[in-house]
Design a protein around this ligand. Structure first.
Ligand SMILES: [Zn+2]
Length: 364
């Protein structure tokens, strides 16, 4: 293994690629580096050294800006922000807090939750319910048998996904216009989950896909027209060439160079129902929880529609996003105006994220 790679050296790492790999990286990503400087009074030195390790780390801070030129998603990386002092004001024993809510309606879904008009889908580890206050015309909940959402395994996650996809097929039978399925998982409060009991959510929409999914389809389609090449394959190649890939059966998974927030992983697979894809997502989530200490996370499945449409989805794979939403004990939101309206600001280094997950895969 060569010296540890760092996101702050990304420009040099791209320059060191083979000409072909470098051309591909530069086609998809713009990378620039800048140094932010400040001049603290001596009275602050002790506090800065205690909070950030040394005064030098703060007086000159290296910041890398990565922009995906195809999708116009982008991230500013500053490692220093990982160690910034936070006034969290809350401390809690998460396991105890999760256990304290046992006996909720999701612990007995048949009595505690409504069914959809087409009934329930039952899997080995989960049962569906109809969401009481809906995002869209069809909005279901995949209620896990496990109360504690962090007790996940690749096998259980594969079942949750399979139950969610079957729910999508039932929704399509009930309404042939509801062709566009979306599967998501908001784990714990910081990720937008209002109920602790383990659950994912599924929706089915009409007319066109959700705008962020459609935007990605259009970007990939324009990329194919311009370069005669598959955007998703090329995106994975760039991450592979830099050493950000996480080898797993049946998918191309990597720690993203333009994460929406901390530790974002992307898994690109074929059919959404391919069990090796959902097991790989489960393995990544298991690594997230056990190797990276993540507690609150979001998962989203971008999938092609289940029926024929006017627009062309023939090259669109299944793309799964996984992102860490921060420590449940922390009261500061991980997203502010920068993330909502400008670019994401991220402290976690994707090279470290990929390294930790690769090690975890190697030693089950
Ligand atoms: Zn429960």
């Amino acid at each position: 293994m060569t010296a540890e790679r760092k996101i702050t050296d990304l420009q040099a790492l791209v320059s060191d690629l083979s000409p072909q790999d470098r051309a591909l990286a530069n086609r998809i990503f713009a990378v620039s580096t800048t140094t932010g400087r400040l001049d603290p009074p001596e009275a602050m030195y002790a506090w800065i050294a205690k909070s950030f390790g040394s005064v030098d780390r703060v007086t000159a801070q290296r910041i890398v800006k990565v922009t995906n030129l195809i999708t116009l998603e982008g991230t500013l990386f500053n490692e220093l922000r990982a160690s910034r002092p936070l006034d969290t004001g809350v401390s809690l024993d998460l396991d105890r807090e999760i256990a304290a809510t046992e006996g909720d309606p999701f612990c007995r879904p048949k009595d505690g939750t409504p069914a959809d008009v087409f009934g329930r889908v039952e899997g080995e580890h989960a049962t569906t319910a109809s969401n009481v206050a809906k995002y869209d015309g069809f909005h279901g909940v995949v209620v896990f048998d496990d109360h504690n959402p962090l007790h996940l395994t690749p096998g259980k996650v594969a079942d949750y996904v399979s139950v969610g996809l079957e729910w999508g097929r039932k929704a399509l039978e009930a309404d042939p216009e509801a062709r566009y399925p979306f599967l998501m998982w908001n784990c714990l409060w910081r990720a937008g989950g209002s109920i602790i009991h383990g659950h994912a959510q599924v929706t089915a929409t009409r007319g066109s896909h959700y705008p962020k999914v459609e935007r990605l389809r259009r970007a990939a389609s324009a990329y194919r027209r311009e370069h005669g090449s598959d955007y998703f394959g090329d995106l994975a190649l760039v991450h592979d060439s830099l050493g950000l890939d996480i080898p797993l059966e049946g998918v191309r998974a990597f720690a993203s160079l333009s994460p929406i927030k901390e530790k974002e992983l992307v898994a690109i697979g074929g059919e959404p129902g391919d069990p090796s894809l959902s097991r790989a997502v489960g393995a990544l989530l298991q690594g997230f929880v056990s190797d990276l200490g993540v507690r609150a996370f979001n998962v989203a499945f971008y999938m092609p529609p289940l029926g024929p449409t006017d627009e062309d989805w023939s090259d669109f794979p299944t793309v799964v996003y996984i992102v860490d939403r921060g420590d449940p004990a922390n009261r500061t939101s991980d997203m502010g105006a920068m993330e909502l309206y400008a670019a994401s600001v991220v402290a976690s280094d994707p090279f470290r994220v990929a390294g930790v997950l690769r090690e975890g895969q190697a030693s089950p």
